[in-house]
Design a protein around this ligand. Structure first.
Ligand code: C2O
Length: 572
């Protein structure tokens, strides 16, 4: 009797709960968006020449996807080109859906020529500017696009809603097939040829030959405030961006809001996004938006060209040919690390952050370049007859080829990876010093992962090295956002530098630029099961092995385990 009554109360309660749930979900009206991504060859003309490039649906940049927080995306990739392809949803947490994350041989085998695969995932508590890109070889040179997440209908931006917004995708362009560029670099062991141009929404702008008619313009009405969603999709170059006469108010980065601040220049590393507001309060005419390299490595060659677009006031101005040329903004010098440091120090979360803690895993990873000695039969185009490489904790990451790490992990297939990635470098040395012994320059190729228990809190020191050439490395973690507790120069000091940690309002991001000859400390809670790549977002470095993967185990709760694999998950 008693049990009967209790269970009917339980039923009643649960139906109330269900009703409440229904009311709640009808409120937020989550939608399901279907897209087809046809990967195809598309003829385009850039820099006076005709090219066939790889695109999605013939568009370059690819289609902009606009969704709301809570929506589900179902994207079918159809591969009609001669290369393997995968698509990564950069910054999407993929909670319990690591299968749809996209890095080839990490969470899936690539989609082969003629093959298809459908990515399915739901956006959970994320809003802002993200993007998608190919995650196979150097295909992302042209296969990328914006992924814009608006707040749920009942929510709004934490700032006045601008009437107009524009995605601004920065890209990097080669006058040849980018896949050939990286294949040649791999063959010879040398640095890949540097790019020929940067692009803004696919166009280099009129400072390059043959590009004046195709320059992108962004119309504005006098007096209005516009939201610019800037995305650095360049392959290998960090970029400064500035707009003549218009300071920018930075309001978000990597789809997390920050405490707004005003600046005349922003810097984005590949992978990063930055949302800025600008107000059209200048004399009504045309102004250049310009992007140029931040090249932090001493004496490494870089592309020092400037991409432009035009901020174009709606006005009764003279017809365009009679107008004076637009003013160019003043951009920092290519090696202006001070500007980068003060820009990045301005990032704060909007309010006090409840940081995950206490820390369960204290990790220390060195990130940098290296050299392989020349083996018989190899071409060794690196410095002094070597082959260029890179590593984390002296392991140069090798992608598997017969199965993805996630599939091997789930199916228990041995021989694909080993779980012994070290928590710290094998030897301690003066990481950023001048005279690092040559024996420390040669990493070991391996496919090692670091295992994390579900829910463990990780604090990770990313320490740049001065091996071969020190530079700012944009380190991206898949499946997570992390708090950046501190950044600094030289070798991380576990006592002194800990005092500099921002434990109050650190910014939340998915990609951190580890300062040249310096370090950054990040913290996150491993609350998302799966295999998650951590890597430098300069594609040449990921090619060379500047990567590792975390395997986050399933938790015990029902909603703490990875969903079953999609039935159409490709095999290798
Ligand atoms: Cu945006 Cu692994 O990449």
């Amino acid at each position: 009797m008693e049990t009967d009554r209790r269970s009917s109360i339980a039923r009643l309660l649960s139906s109330c709960f269900f009703l409440a749930f229904l009311v709640h979900s009808s409120n937020s009206k989550a939608e399901v968006h279907h897209h087809d991504f046809i990967i195809q060859e598309t003829p385009v003309k850039r820099l006076c020449k005709s090219h066939n490039i790889i695109t999605v649906n013939g568009q370059f940049p690819g289609p902009t996807i606009v969704v709301r927080d809570g929506d589900t995306l179902i994207v079918t990739v159809v591969n009609r080109v001669q290369y393997n392809v995968t698509v990564h949803w950069h910054g999407i947490r993929q909670i319990r859906t690591a299968w749809s994350d996209g890095p080839e041989f990490v969470t899936q085998c690539p989609v082969k020529p003629g093959g298809t695969f459908t990515y399915r995932f739901t956006i959970k508590d994320q809003e802002g500017t993200l993007w998608w890109h190919a995650h196979s070889s150097w295909l992302r040179a042209t296969v990328y696009g914006a992924l814009i997440i608006h707040p749920k209908e009942e929510n709004s931006f934490p700032f006045l809603q601008p009437k107009r917004e524009y995605p601004i995708l920065l890209g990097e362009w080669w006058d040849q097939n980018p896949i050939d560029v990286i294949h040649e670099a791999i063959r010879t062991g040398s640095s890949p040829t540097i790019s020929d141009a940067f692009t803004i929404n696919g166009q280099p702008g009129d400072l390059y030959n043959c590009s004046s008619k195709e320059i992108n313009t962004f119309p504005v009405n006098p007096g209005e405030t516009v939201l610019l969603r800037v995305i650095n999709a360049a392959l290998n170059t960090e970029l400064f961006v500035s707009i003549a006469g218009h300071p920018m108010v930075v309001v978000a980065a990597d789809a997390s809001y920050i405490k707004p601040f005003s600046t005349s220049v922003i810097m984005l590393a590949p992978g990063q996004t930055t949302d800025v507001l600008i107000t059209a309060n200048q004399p009504a005419t045309r102004y250049y938006i310009a992007a140029r390299a931040y090249s932090s490595a001493e004496s490494l060659p870089f592309d020092n060209t400037t991409a432009t677009a035009i901020l174009d006031y709606d006005c009764n101005c003279l017809p365009e040919p009679n107008q004076p040329p637009p003013a160019l903004p003043i951009l920092p010098a290519f090696n202006d690390t001070l500007t980068v440091a003060s820009f990045s120090a301005a990032f704060r979360s909007p309010t006090f952050v409840k940081l995950p803690g206490p820390v369960d895993e204290h990790l220390f990873f060195t990130v940098g370049l290296g050299l392989f000695d020349c083996l018989p039969g190899q071409i060794c185009g690196g410095p002094n007859q070597t082959r260029l490489t890179s590593s984390i904790n002296n392991y140069s990451f090798v992608l598997p080829s017969s199965l993805s790490i996630l599939q091997a992990h789930q199916l228990g297939v041995p021989g694909i990876f080993t779980p012994d990635f070290p928590a710290k470098p094998p030897v301690e040395f003066d990481y950023t010093g001048k005279n690092i012994g040559r024996e420390l320059w040669q990493p070991e190729p391996a496919t090692k992962v670091y295992k994390l228990k579900f829910g463990s809190v990780v604090e990770l020191v990313l320490q740049g090295t001065n091996i071969v050439a020190a530079e700012n490395h944009p380190i991206h973690l898949h499946g997570y956002n992390f708090y950046i507790l501190a950044e600094g120069y030289g070798n991380f000091d576990p006592v002194k530098d800990r005092e500099k940690f921002n434990l109050f309002d650190p910014p939340l991001r998915n990609t951190v630029g580890v300062p040249v000859k310096g370090w950054a400390v990040i913290r996150f809670e491993a609350d998302n099961p799966g295999v998650w790549l951590l890597h430098c977002h300069l594609d040449v470095h990921i090619t060379w092995g500047l990567a590792m993967a975390f395997v986050v185990e399933d938790g015990l709760g029902e909603l703490e385990a990875l969903e079953p694999p999609p039935v159409d998950l490709p095999l290798c």
